[in-house]
Write a protein that binds this ligand. Structure first.
Ligand code: IMP
Ligand code: MG
Length: 182
């Protein structure tokens, strides 16, 4: 599909699944190298947006690992509210564990900074951030983003888990908001 309509907005194809898969395989390779022989780390995927990324990434992970989920939310419509809500807490013990946070996208970074704090409070042994997408123009935090599959400009995107007001998560490809001047 070249174009999709969600609510009042139109989106056009931006990143085809083949390119997403390429980025995911490259990140999995780095993780496989870095976590080889280090026990079983815990992947902590941030719902809802990272469900597809988590599913596809883990198929390429060759070390022993666990996965759990946390639900956080900061977005309303097409912009961030700055306030992070914990909608579903961590149910797995993280004390003394190596944790790899899985995010769909890092934009302002408010979400990962908040989550990093939560995990430090819970005394995780280490916390690394792994994201499918990063908006470098928007990210100005000190916290390093350890693994990034794809960098994108500061545009609003949907698909492959990402939504516009809860619609559009099911698409295999990623779409960008089609503004008249772009
Ligand atoms: P941050 O806290 O500003 O880094 O935003 C992170 C969260 O906002 C992500 O996990 C997404 O759920 C959401 N988000 C950021 N940018 C976009 C976008 O372009 N499309 C859809 N959701 C986004
Ligand atoms: Mg998210």
């Amino acid at each position: 599909m070249e174009r999709i309509n969600l609510h009042d907005k139109e989106f056009r194809i931006f990143i085809p699944f083949s390119k997403i898969e390429e980025g995911i395989k490259a990140v999995a390779q780095k993780l496989n190298r870095d976590y080889k022989g280090k026990g079983a780390p815990l992947f902590l995927a941030v719902l809802n947006g990272s469900f597809m990324f988590a599913a596809d990434l883990l198929k390429h992970i060759d070390f022993q690992c666990e996965i759990s989920f946390i639900k956080l939310s900061s977005y309303s419509g097409t912009s961030t509210t700055g306030e992070i809500k914990e909608l579903l807490g961590i149910t797995t013990p993280v004390k003394g564990r190596d944790v790899i946070v899985l995010e769909d996208i890092v934009d302002t970074g408010n979400t990962i900074v908040e989550l990093h704090k939560i995990l430090q409070d819970k005394e995780a042994a280490s916390v690394k951030i792994c994201t499918l997408l990063l908006k470098p123009e928007s990210y100005h935090k000190d916290l390093p983003v350890d693994y990034t599959a794809i960098e994108i400009p500061n545009d609003f995107i949907v698909g492959y888990g990402l939504d516009y007001d809860e619609l559009g998560r099911q698409y295999k490809d990623i779409y960008v908001l089609d503004t008249p001047n772009s």
